[in-house]
Write a protein that binds this ligand. Structure first.
Ligand SMILES: Nc1ncnc2c1ncn2[C@@H]1O[C@H](COP(=O)(O)OP(=O)(O)OP(=O)(O)O)[C@@H](O)[C@H]1O
Ligand SMILES: [Mg+2]
Length: 259
């Protein structure tokens, strides 16, 4: 399988700060590719540029062989790239199910139809769509909460709801920005299992995460950022023993604890 996503010499400048500095990246189709690095090293900025939420200062992004630089984020979602956000982005005044239904919008023929008489095919599409969203909630372990307001759920479940909404767009590539943040240690396994099942469906996953045990156990490949530069890339085994990575991010303590 080839590369589903390529970052070609991406730089991003915020005034005097070079948040990304010539980042080159290739994500193998069907893999779990993680981005790690210290706080402020440019991980979220990279996701923003890849998903078109932010314009790169220089460089280009190629999705499935097509240069997507210049396209709107919504267009990129239709092309099969979906994401979640580091700072949870869910609709607080909608139920859990309604939140996932929002994710279906790019895939619906009858977008938002407010006609007095609703054609039969629209009713059928709505029913099929609702069933599909329930299946996605079930897949994410959230079906029992479908009629609840998301703010009544624990934070970890709200994070999974965001994943459910992203899955509703039928992505080929899913970018998760710190999905385990705020998840109690005892529940990280459930999230890990969900990400692996997403991979089994053939969806490529890009993951930003600070929980290194999780990153090491599920990643096929890891890229390491430091001060906006990619300082290393490789398999978990290669990364955990890379002196540059230990120096910049993992620290000696982490290495000693693992030996
Ligand atoms: N919109 C912005 N305007 C100005 N500076 C920004 C902006 N977004 C990010 N930065 C800066 O760019 C740098 C990289 O930030 P980014 O959020 O990408 O880091 P990160 O690796 O995701 O960190 P964390 O692990 O804390 O989430 C930081 O110094 C940050 O303050
Ligand atoms: Mg971040």
């Amino acid at each position: 399988m080839g590369l589903i996503l390529q970052a070609d010499k991406i730089s991003k400048r915020f005034g005097g700060l070079l948040a990304l500095d010539g980042v080159e990246l290739g994500v193998q189709e069907g893999s779990i590719h993680s981005i790690v690095g210290p706080n402020g090293s440019g991980k979220t900025t990279l996701f923003n540029v890849l998903t078109r939420f932010s314009e790169p200062t220089t460089g280009k992004v190629v999705l499935s062989g097509r240069n997507i630089t210049g396209l709107k984020p919504s267009r990129v979602v239709s092309m099969g790239m979906a994401r979640t956000f580091q700072n949870l982005l869910i609709f607080k005044h909608m139920t859990v199910l309604e939140n996932v239904l929002v994710g279906r919008t790019p895939r619906l023929k009858a977008k938002l139809m407010n006609a007095f008489v609703t054609p039969g095919w629209v009713v059928d599409e709505r029913k099929a769509n609702e069933k599909r969203c329930e299946d996605i909630l079930d897949f994410c372990g959230l079906l029992e909460f479908k009629d609840k307001m998301p703010t009544n759920l624990p934070y970890a479940d709200q994070k999974r709801l965001e994943i459910a909404r992203a899955l509703a767009t039928e992505p080929k590539l899913l970018l998760l920005d710190e999905p385990a943040a705020g998840t109690p240690t005892g529940e990280v396994g459930q999230l890990l299992d969900l990400i692996l099942r997403i991979k089994e469906k053939g969806i490529t996953v890009m993951l930003i995460e600070h929980k290194m045990d999780m990153v090491m156990s599920i990643s096929d490949r890891i890229s390491v950022l430091n001060f906006g530069k990619k300082i290393a890339e490789g398999t978990p085994q290669e990364i955990r023993t890379d002196p540059l990575v230990i120096e910049a991010y993992l620290g000696r303590k982490w290495l000693d604890a693992k030996n």
